[in-house]
Design a protein around this ligand. Structure first.
Ligand code: HEM
Length: 360
């Protein structure tokens, strides 16, 4: 790979081509211009080959445990409930800032054995600048690097977890070192989990509320039991992919589909939203239609880098939808919605709710 000259850009937005690009051995994530690498150092999302596989196997085991059903009860449900009760007790507020931005960082902190009381502050102080740079790597590099350094120092000096059976970070570090990986590699991956893993889920929860406001009749279908909550949340992440795009780089000239030639050294921009709107196996993939079997499209990627936090993120969304259903949340409680954003991490800036005394 030639690291010094900016690569030629090939945008791809059709579902089958995006999938083929993600499966192609000729398109790699390994490139110095990849934003995650520029700010965190080479993470699992920037590596290929045996080092990627070793790290992936370790994190797969960790996420399988974190998203198992009993873990959901202990890990996710209390965080969702507490934050929703706080919103309800305040009579409402901005559900993006006061709820969507709180739940995913607290869940990941709990899963990793970090004090969840620190989650909101670390999210604001450090994860914000890192996610901002990953979203648009033309600005904010110095701020994001400084935030990444602070986050590493925080992780390094973390207090021992109250429950020693829940030292997620300790277990991950030990497993990486046992597998012959470096301490710098595990630190980069833990910061990736804290940053990219939370920002995407923040968007997904914000988008859930946005789409309840946009399609109140569908939400009434969830309340009446006509539409399964699982189908609703899957359509939320399919219809408004929280991560809009990701990149690959061509190691050699390659034809990923008949007639679609990608020249050597090109950067390939994979449009996940466009992919979801063109999935050939769905009726009207461009439209909103929550129903069983539509799936989540390309939202979590495909192939060797497919999202490791997919089960955890979907479990959080199902938990939120189940709680809203239980409390009889009405779309009319949504008083104001900013438009959907256009950043790589896609969500509205704010959604104002007015909650009555029965919403907690
Ligand atoms: C709705 C929420 C989420 C969405 C939409 C999402 C989306 C994605 C996508 C599209 C990829 C593949 C990127 C590529 O191939 O270039 C990915 C990878 C990844 N995601 Fe997620 N993600 C979400 C939540 C999470 C969470 C909660 C975590 C962990 C806390 C997480 C951890 C990861 C990791 C570690 C990878 C890299 C896997 C690898 O390179 O082998 N994600 N995610």
């Amino acid at each position: 790979m030639k690291p010094t000259e900016p690569p030629k850009l090939c945008p791809i937005s059709q579902f089958d081509s995006v999938k083929a690009a993600m499966m192609s051995p000729d398109l790699t994530v390994n490139h110095p211009f990849r934003a995650t690498r520029m700010v965190l150092g080479p993470t699992i999302l920037d590596l290929e080959g045996p080092r990627h596989l070793s790290a992936r196997n370790i994190l797969l085991r960790f996420f399988a445990r974190a998203s198992a059903e009993d873990a959901q009860e202990q890990l996710i449900a209390p965080v969702v409930r507490r934050n929703w009760e706080a919103m309800a007790a305040a009579g409402g507020g901005d559900v993006v800032a006061d709820f969507a931005m709180r739940v995913p960082p607290e869940v990941v902190f709990r899963a990793l054995g970090l004090p969840e009381a620190d989650a909101a502050e670390i999210y604001r102080r450090d994860i914000g600048p890192i996610a901002g740079f990953i979203a648009d790597n033309r600005t904010g590099h110095a701020e994001a690097r400084a935030a990444s350094e602070r986050l590493s120092v925080y992780i390094d000096g973390r207090p021992a977890p109250e429950d020693t059976g829940r030292d997620g970070i300790g277990e991950i570090i030990a497993s990486y070192l046992d597998a012959g990986l470096e301490l710098s590699e595990v630190m980069a991956d833990i910061t990736l989990l804290l940053a990219a893993g939370t920002e995407t889920t923040v968007c997904a929860i914000a988008n859930l509320f946005f789409l309840i406001g946009e399609y109140p009749e569908s939400w009434n279908g969830v309340l009446s039991g006509d539409i399964p909550a699982k189908a609703f949340v899957e359509e939320v992440v399919r219809f408004e992919a929280p991560l809009q795009r990701t990149f690959r780089f061509a190691r050699r000239t390659t034809e990923i589909e008949p007639g679609m030639v990608i020249p050597r050294f090109s950067a390939v921009e994979l449009d996940l939203c466009g992919a979801n709107q063109s999935q050939p196996t769905l009726d009207h993939p461009e439209g909103w239609a929550p129903a069983e079997g539509r799936g989540v499209g390309a939202t979590f990627g495909f192939g060797r880098h497919v999202c490791l936090g997919k089960a955890l993120a979907l479990a959080e969304l199902r938990e939120v939808a189940a709680l809203l259903r239980k409390t009889g949340f009405q779309a009319s409680s949504i008083r104001e919605r900013s438009p959907m954003g256009t950043s790589t991490f896609r969500r509205p800036a704010a959604i104002r709710l007015a909650l009555g005394p029965d919403s907690g």
